[in-house]
Design a binder for this molecule. Structure first.
Ligand code: PLP
Length: 415
């Protein structure tokens, strides 16, 4: 038979999903697995969102909807972006996508030709590398460094950018490290973007999962909210940036697939609408009604979750740093920990963090217990010369699972 598309053979995947069946198989074999692998809030969605979605169904809103999203939702998002980013987007400058993820493929397919240089952080959310590779872009990963709180060194970025740079992907707060870019980073990025005339994809899906110093306080619906700094706060940057955000993380709406792109670039938004029409046509009205409901209500519940994340982060970091051979940086954003496990890998004579992940999943064969985490290998290709090993632990789930999971890691690596 004839060969499949060469481009498609280059596409990657998101191993957070790919390891799901492996975990399910162990559970089927009788293992009790504590799951710290998924970046998925365990909180339920707000009752007002459920009620709005049910009402939408009852009103028979089950037909095709406008491809960009309902106007009322886009107005609500526009108000939200004014409060949180300080940028006034017209509702037509906002387009819904089925999860924020869809914005990555859309942006790269619209902007990037084969051979164009795309710069993105590594380790990072693997879909940037996957889609850029599929398109045939020249991949330009820049390392985020543990000693810089998992930000990159701006000098590395300066070395990587050139006239050939088409797109810079920023993800702050970051998956898998929890790293948060600082205002000074954004000032430098803005200078480079102007000098070399590149576009920016700002993945700010975790912008409200912000802790500690360096956050900005904003007011939305009468509530004070901490948010991280954004490239959009830099003069002229809204004109060359595609903002990617959504409802999955802060509003615990992962399965409802509610993301959006916002940009001041008219031609880009016209092209993105065409992309939406080609790929998904529209989002379901009941989901959009739910999204509108959470933006319209006070933000107390969501902020309460953020407080709980911060508490869980503190407990988990302390527990991890008490384990021999583990060193865990305390992140200022998102709901992930990225402990350095180089010492553990050495002591247990494991090749790398992927081998450690596999070991942890079934560490207690007799008692049939395990703990699920992800490894460095799940977040983009390792750079040559990268020596340190890391695993990713999510603290998005219940505290008792987090505590039990880390206890198991301790038992597994110290026994
Ligand atoms: N961007 C980052 C950095 C993420 O970690 C995720 C989800 O894990 C996404 C985007 C995708 O979000 P969504 O579920 O809304 O597609």
């Amino acid at each position: 038979m004839k060969s499949f598309s060469k481009a498609y053979q280059r596409i990657g995947t998101e191993n957070a999903f790919a390891v799901g069946p492996e975990i399910a198989a162990r559970i089927k074999e009788g293992y009790d697995v504590t799951k710290l692998n998924i970046g998925e809030p365990s909180a339920n969605i707000a009752d007002t969102a459920t009620e709005a979605a049910i009402k939408s169904f009852q009103n028979h809103e089950t037909h095709y909807m406008p491809s960009g999203g309902t106007e009322s939702l886009r107005i609500a998002i526009s108000e939200y972006l004014k409060s949180t980013r300080g940028v006034a987007y017209h509702p037509d400058e906002i387009i819904m996508s089925p999860g924020a993820k869809g914005v990555i493929a859309g942006t790269m397919m619209i902007l990037v030709d084969p051979g164009d240089e795309v710069i993105y952080p590594t380790p990072s959310y693997p879909i940037y590398e996957s889609i850029a590779s599929y398109i045939g872009a020249k991949l330009m990963p820049i390392e985020v460094k543990e000693e810089k709180g998992f930000r990159y060194d701006i000098n590395d970025l300066k070395k990587a950018v050139s006239k050939k740079t088409k797109l810079l992907v920023i993800n702050s707060p970051a998956n898998p490290t929890g790293g948060v870019l600082e205002e000074s980073d954004y000032i430098e990025i803005a200078k480079l973007a102007k000098k070399y005339d590149f576009y920016i994809l700002a993945d700010e899906i975790y912008s409200r999962l912000a802790y500690g110093k360096g956050v900005r306080m904003v007011i939305h619906k009468g509530n004070k909210l901490p948010v991280t700094h954004s490239i959009l706060n830099q003069p002229g940057m809204a004109q060359r940036t595609i903002l990617m955000d959504g409802f999955s993380k802060i509003y615990a709406m992962t399965g409802l697939r509610l993301g959006f792109a916002a940009s001041k670039m008219k031609k880009f938004m016209a092209d993105f609408l065409t992309f939406a029409i080609n790929y998904w046509a529209c989002l379901p009205a009941p989901c959009m009604a739910g999204a509108e409901a959470v933006l319209g209500k006070d933000q107390k519940d969501a902020q309460n979750e953020v407080k709980l994340y911060e508490e869980k982060r503190d407990v988990a970091v302390k527990m991890l740093n008490d384990i021999e051979g583990i060193k865990c940086h305390k992140p200022n954003g998102a709901f992930y920990l990225f402990p350095n496990v180089t010492g553990v890998c050495k002591r247990l004579k494991l090749k790398d963090s992927e081998a450690l992940r596999k070991y942890l999943l079934t560490f207690d064969a007799k008692g049939k217990r395990g703990v699920a985490v992800l490894s460095r290998q799940h977040f983009g290709k390792k750079l040559t010369g990268e020596k340190e090993e890391y695993i990713r632990i999510s603290f998005a789930g219940p505290k008792k699972d987090l505590v039990e999971g880390i206890r198991r890691i301790k038992e597994a690596v110290e026994k």
